[in-house]
Write a protein that binds this ligand. Structure first.
Ligand SMILES: Nc1ncnc2c1ncn2[C@@H]1O[C@H](COP(=O)(O)OP(=O)(O)OP(=O)(O)O)[C@@H](O)[C@H]1O
Ligand SMILES: [Mg+2]
Length: 478
């Protein structure tokens, strides 16, 4: 119970910088107070104390009732006894000042009450630094046998000696503050160092050293700050790397584009120049060269279209217009549209479409663009005669679409990079291959929060696409 209480307090303090500094102040004050203690006893002081009139009067008040009740012969004994016990002299005097009875140590016969009062008013009862001889008086009036009488007491004394130890206040204050400051500095040094490390770390990160990581010690605000700074550095590093990658990609893109555009353009210009300069060309030759220039220009146009498409959909601001569509319906329509082309290319089509319509929130134009690219690739790269198989099914909230065609072997390393820009299965990058189509496909899949993979097995090239759907039902073969 108590342990839990202290543990709770410990965690509270460990989590709060303010609490820690308050604790440091308290500890420093305690240390300063302990350190100052010996300085309270550096000087010794002697003082002599004297009885006061009040003290003596108290004595008189005690004796008075005894005298009032005692028979006259007894008074002398009472005075003697009390005088001896308290080391004083006692007298009983009449109103006129005649000493009626006195203790054995008193000698006066006559004492004027007024003079005694005067003496009392002047007598010094204050303590003194040097021993003095003083006689202190007190007087007390009272009724005795129906007349006013006085009881007079006096005490002769050299004073009661008392010794004190006293400190030097200035020295004590100086020692207190010195110890306080030193202890406080020692206690706060670690925290301050931690804070300096964080500050230095931040300025290092600001200079661009994103690899730097701060130590995350403790649980207080500094540790919190260090953790946040580390997180910030991590993000900055990631962003910086992303930026650099993008920069590299952009440079690669520009290099490839200029290369890919220049090659066909150079030959287009070459053929057109031939037609223009050579006047003795036969009409057949002219037509042949014009055909080549035209075909190359078409390739160029196609490539520019692809590039335009890619740039458009990779733009940050690009927003697909999603609507609820059936993936199966879309695929069926596309297959109908390409049926003739596939047949012409001696590609035997096999469809295995599931019963579930595979309803999905998707942009139909983007999906048509995507499947079109894939079907065009199958037509372009598929082995003829060969097979074109399309399978759809529903799996864990996804519509899975598999497109396969018989194909020649593509380098394993290239397969893994097919979805990158300008990657083609043929490293020589022949004129009809620009390597943009699958990059567009991948981007469209990403825009739909889907996944895509290229698999090469048993002489078939298969593209597996998974798109999130909103419906679910079992599938059957069609
Ligand atoms: N269905 C397929 N069968 C076999 N190989 C394929 C298939 N689809 C793509 N490939 C290989 O992947 C490469 C990249 O295809 P991608 O569509 O990205 O570019 P491309 O077809 O070369 O040019 P384009 O930008 O005009 O589409 C192709 O060059 C080809 O080697
Ligand atoms: Mg292509």
């Amino acid at each position: 119970m108590i342990r839990r209480f202290f543990e709770k307090i410990y965690h509270k303090i460990a989590a709060s910088l303010r609490a820690q500094f308050i604790l440091y102040i308290l500890i420093s004050m305690l240390a300063a107070a302990i350190a100052v203690e010996p300085f309270a006893y550096i000087n010794q002081e002697k003082r002599y104390y004297y009885p006061s009139r009040d003290e003596l009067e108290m004595e008189l008040k005690k004796i008075t009732p005894l005298i009032q009740q005692a028979p006259p012969r007894q008074i002398r004994f009472i005075l003697d006894e009390k005088a001896e016990a308290s080391g004083t002299k006692l007298r009983l005097i009449s109103q006129k000042g005649t000493v009626l009875v006195r203790s054995a140590n008193a000698t006066e016969q006559q004492m004027n009450p007024a003079q005694i009062l005067m003496k009392i008013s002047q007598q010094n009862e204050e303590p003194s630094n040097v021993p003095q001889f003083r006689e202190i008086y007190a007087i007390h009036p009272f009724y005795f046998h129906h007349q006013i009488h006085y009881l007079v007491i006096s005490k002769e004394t050299h004073g009661r000696l008392t010794t004190y130890w006293i400190g030097n206040p200035l020295l004590s204050v100086v020692v207190f503050f010195l110890v306080f400051i030193v202890v406080y500095l020692i206690l706060t040094r670690r925290k301050l160092k931690q804070l300096q490390e964080v500050t230095a770390g931040i300025s290092e990160i600001a200079k661009g050293n994103f690899r730097l990581r701060l130590k995350e010690q403790g649980k207080d605000e500094i540790a919190f700050l260090a953790a946040h700074v580390n997180e910030m550095a991590r993000q900055l590093k990631a962003n910086w790397e992303k930026e650099r990658r993008m920069e590299q990609e952009r440079t690669d893109l520009i290099t490839s584009i200029s290369h890919d555009l220049r090659t066909p353009l150079t030959s287009v210009i070459g053929y057109l120049k031939l037609i223009h300069d050579q006047s003795q060309l036969t009409p057949d030759e002219m037509k042949k060269y014009a055909d080549i220039a035209l075909s190359k220009s078409k390739n160029l146009k196609q490539m520019m279209d692809q590039l335009f498409e890619f740039t458009k959909i990779t733009h940050d601001q690009f927003q697909p217009s999603f609507q609820l569509i059936s993936l199966n319906e879309l695929i069926n329509q596309l297959l109908e549209g390409n049926h003739a082309m596939l047949a012409l290319n001696e590609m035997d089509v096999e469809r295995i479409i599931c019963n579930d319509p595979l309803q999905a929130q998707a942009d139909p134009f983007l999906l048509i663009r995507m499947f079109d690219n894939l079907i065009q690739n199958a037509l372009k790269y598929g082995k003829k005669p060969g097979k074109f198989i399309i399978v759809t099914k529903q799996e864990d909230g996804y519509g899975v679409i598999k497109l396969s065609n018989t194909a020649g072997q593509v380098d394993r390393q290239i397969i893994g990079r097919l979805f990158q820009m300008f990657v083609t299965g043929d490293p020589s990058r022949s004129e009809k291959r620009s390597g943009i189509g699958l990059a567009i496909v991948k981007r469209i899949v990403d825009l739909h929060q889907g996944q895509i993979a290229a698999i090469q097995e048993n002489g078939m090239m298969t593209f597996v696409i998974k798109l999130p759907i909103t419906s679910s039902r079992s599938f059957t073969r069609r």
